[in-house]
Design a protein around this ligand. Structure first.
Ligand SMILES: Nc1ncnc2c1ncn2[C@@H]1O[C@H](COP(=O)(O)OP(=O)(O)OP(=O)(O)O)[C@@H](O)[C@H]1O
Ligand SMILES: [Mg+2]
Length: 172
């Protein structure tokens, strides 16, 4: 059984067909890189796999670990173990990065990070960002680092990284 199978997927947004018959098979334990020109639909494919609006599947199926998730909510897919690091992570005013990281770990905001978790925060050079609102005033590379760390703490089965290109030199 493949980890993910995208079968003949057609996706539209605002009445415009963006993906027209996409086939993609991903196997567990493998890394894949998807190349394509700007506007060719890479981010749209990722959003469609995650089940995010406003993307609408017109036809085709998305199968994750043998289960047809084409009509499932993004929340359901996240609980199955699919995660996305977004090309443009949003700013979230009023929530500290440390609180979100603890949520990702399944901890209460009152809990402390373990020494291993804190080691990763330091490796990502994000110690000084823990008390800041999520992504507010972060540089592009800092946003990417924060995004990747959140995702690592979620421990997903399928991790979709949308252009994780800048600022990701780690000190580990
Ligand atoms: N919400 C939307 N409303 C209207 N058009 C959209 C929307 N989302 C995507 N599109 C269009 O769909 C096409 C595919 O966009 P997408 O972001 O998936 O491309 P991409 O391959 O990720 O490009 P890039 O390399 O620039 O990140 C583009 O023409 C884009 O303008
Ligand atoms: Mg994109």
């Amino acid at each position: 059984m493949s980890l993910l199978e995208v079968r003949d997927l057609r996706v539209e947004v605002e009445g415009k067909l963006i993906l027209d018959g996409i086939h993609l098979t991903l196997e567990e334990g493998e890394n894949y890189i998807l190349f394509g020109p700007n506007g060719s639909g890479k981010s749209t494919l990722i959003s469609s796999i995650m089940g995010l609006p406003p993307y609408r599947v017109v036809s085709g199926r998305i199968i994750f670990m043998g289960e047809d998730i084409t009509d499932k909510s993004a929340d359901y897919r996240a609980r199955l173990g699919i995660a996305v690091a977004y090309q443009n992570p949003p700013e979230i005013t009023g929530i500290k990065l440390s609180d979100l990281l603890k949520l990702c770990l399944g901890k209460d905001p009152k809990d402390d990070f373990s020494s291993e978790e804190f080691g990763l925060i330091e490796a990502f050079n994000l110690k000084g960002f823990l008390d800041r609102d999520i992504n507010v005033g972060f540089s592009g590379g800092e946003r990417k680092r924060a995004e990747i760390l959140q995702i690592l703490f979620l421990r997903p089965k399928l991790l979709l990284l949308d252009e994780p290109d800048s600022g990701l030199i780690l000190r580990v």
